[in-house]
Design a protein around this ligand. Sequence first.
Ligand code: CUA
Length: 293
Amino acid sequence: MFWVSLVVVLFVGALLLLGMFRRRRSERGADDPHGVTSPRHWERRLLLFGGVVGPLIVLAVLWVVTLRDVNFLAAPLRSNMLTVDVIGRLWWWEVRYPEQGIVTANEIHIPVGQPVRIRLTSNGVIHSFWVPELAGKTDMIAGQTNNMWLEASQPGVYRGQCAEYCGRQHTHMIFFVIAEPQATFERWVQREASSVPAPAAANLTRGQRVFETNACAGCHTIRGTTAAGRVGPDLTHFGSRRTIGAGTVPNTRSLLAAWVVNAQSIKPGNLMPPVPLPPDDVQALVDYLESLK
Ligand code: CUA
C-alpha cells in the first residue's frame, strides 16, 4: 500500500507541476486562445484514465490484497491450539485450562513459540485483558466469551494488566504470562494438574488444619484437602506463584502473614475479610501455604 501510494503521489505531483508550467506558458503566448479552455482529445483520455479507470484499478487491487491479509490475520493459526479460559474477578484473574484440568490464578503459563487461544469472560463488571508486549486489549464481559490468541516468541515473564476501570483496585489487577520451553511447560502442567499430597511435617499438618477449620476454606480451594470454596483464587499450588493479591505484593512469608491477618491493609476494598488468628496458627498457615509448590 505504501509503494502504490508513493507512485500515485509522485505521478499526481508531476502532473500538477506540468500543468502549472504549461498554463503559465500558454498565458504568456496568446497564439492559441482556445487551447486553455477546450481540451484536446488526448487530454480527455488522460482525464478519463487518470481520474476514473486508473483509480478504480488501483483501489480494486488494494482491496483484494487487503481482504487476503485480513482473512489471514483473523483465521486461527492452528486448529489444535492450547486453550486457556480467563475469568475477570474483583480484582484478580481466574485461569483455567479446561483440557488439562488446571485451575489457578493470576499466572498464565504458555509454551514459547506457539499460539495459545484465550477465551475471556467476566463474572461481574467489565474488565479488559491486556499484555502489552504480546497482544492488544480485549474486553471481558459477563455472559459473553471473547476469543483472542497470543504467542510469545521469546521465553520470559510478560506483565499483564486490567485495562478497563473496574473499581477500587483496578490498578492492582495484575497478572503474568510466563512463556516457557515446551518441556518446562509440560512439567508445570503435570504438577499444576495434580492435587497436593498430605503434608509430611507436623507444622504443615497443623497449617492445613488451620486452613480447613477457619474462614479460609469457605472461599478458597486446595485440591486434596476439604477446602473447596469458590469465592477466592484456587490456592492448590500457591507457593509457586510470584505474587499475592494479583500482583499487588511479592509472595514472601512476611507479606503473606500480613495478608492473611488483614488483607485490607495491603489491598483495601478487596473481598477478603481480616482473619484474626493466633500468631502460632498464622506461622503454621504461612509454612503450609508456601509449601504448596
Ligand atoms: Cu479489572 Cu480493571
